[in-house]
Ligand binder design. Structure first.
Ligand code: SF4
Length: 335
């Protein structure tokens, strides 16, 4: 759909009763950009002007973006989850009715990063996430790197939300400037504060308790596999490792992940010269022998590091002592 088609679709929408109770649907503003943000719904001012984020929330966003050196609003695509002024909080029926409008607007804007303002915007992307743990961490939905924070209207009402939002925006700024969004994936479960021991491909980590139900069977199968196979995997010879890798690559995701990690550890123990701060991005990507380990191993290394070492993540961000942490991960028993 081109810009005019999307505009026409939203402004002429009558899919729910909200359009009859306001001045009319408020479509997106801005042009195609690598950055977009979406809020909950238009407010009174937005309803009058027919533009999103032109009221007090928009002014606060403008100031907070400037404070952390994020681009000004005219460099963003801007839209709402619900396009009509709801005179209060929109219901989930309104969110669902407007779902297609939201996606068509985002598809037209084609951002890389989407900032989600508030609980409704977050839940419209991942219904199983709440702001308490789901904010301030990147995750992928339909190839968009999403990042949630408080709604600016909440920050206007409550100073605690303001501070939290300012912290989140600073993290978001670092995220969009970084080369690898995975470096910003936290080590904690997205449902509570404990260390995550399962990661979805989209970057969300979970403990066993909060694991989304569709992953439970695979999680349990992997746990059973590891319980019986860990010692054997550690003693695996190079040939056994290669054989195992062939099987692992052929196996369904995610059962291969820890086998691949063990294979990588075995290989690194015989190639200490490859230890450095950027082990998995540089050294393992360059030498032909290391490259032969393949993308499966590189991904396993990355995801296992995410899971096993919060210390590594801090070090990797500051580029100070990742090498030391790598070595301790490989050579010292993990708790
Ligand atoms: Fe259409 Fe969305 Fe307005 Fe409902 S809220 S009428 S779905 S534009």
């Amino acid at each position: 759909m081109n810009r005019l088609d999307v505009f026409a679709q939203v402004t002429e929408c009558t899919a729910c009763e909200l359009h009859a109770r306001c001045s009319g649907p408020v479509p997106f503003r801005g042009d195609r950009s690598r950055l977009a943000f979406i809020g909950e719904a238009p407010g009174e001012q937005e309803d009058l002007e027919g533009l999103p984020f032109v009221g007090p929330s928009g002014h606060l966003v403008e100031q907070m973006f400037a404070a952390v050196d994020l681009p000004p609003l005219d460099q963003w695509g801007i839209a709402n989850v619900v396009s009509c002024f709801p005179h209060g909080k929109p219901t989930w029926d309104h969110v669902h009715a407007c779902e297609q409008n939201k996606w068509d607007q985002l598809t037209y804007l084609a951002p890389t990063f989407v900032l989600l303002f508030g609980d409704v915007a977050l839940k419209s992307m991942r219904p199983d996430l709440g702001l308490k743990r789901g904010r301030g961490r990147p995750f992928i939905v339909r190839d968009l790197i999403c990042f949630a924070t408080y709604h600016p209207a909440a920050a206007l009402r409550n100073g605690n939300y303001f501070d939290g939002m300012a912290d989140d925006l600073a993290t978001f700024k670092a995220l969009i400037d970084a080369e690898d969004w995975m470096a910003f994936v936290p080590g904690t479960c997205a449902g509570c504060a404990v260390e995550a021991d399962w990661y979805e491909d989209c970057g969300l980590g979970w403990c066993r308790l909060h694991l989304p139900h569709e992953y439970v069977a695979a999680y349990d199968a992997r746990a059973a596999l590891l319980a019986g196979d860990r010692d054997a995997a550690r003693r695996r010879s190079a040939q056994e490792r290669d054989d195992a890798l062939a099987q692992v690559e052929a196996a369904a995701d995610p059962l291969w992940m820890d086998q691949a990690w063990d294979a990588l550890v075995a290989w690194l123990k015989t190639h200490p010269e490859f230890f450095c701060d950027d082990l998995w991005t540089t050294n393992l990507a360059e030498p032909r022998e290391a490259r032969a380990l393949g993308p499966v191993i590189l991904r396993a290394a990355r995801e296992n590091l995410m899971r096993k070492s919060g210390e590594y993540r801090k070090s990797a961000r500051s580029h100070m002592s990742a090498k030391v942490v790598w070595q301790s991960l490989i050579f010292e028993p993990q708790p």
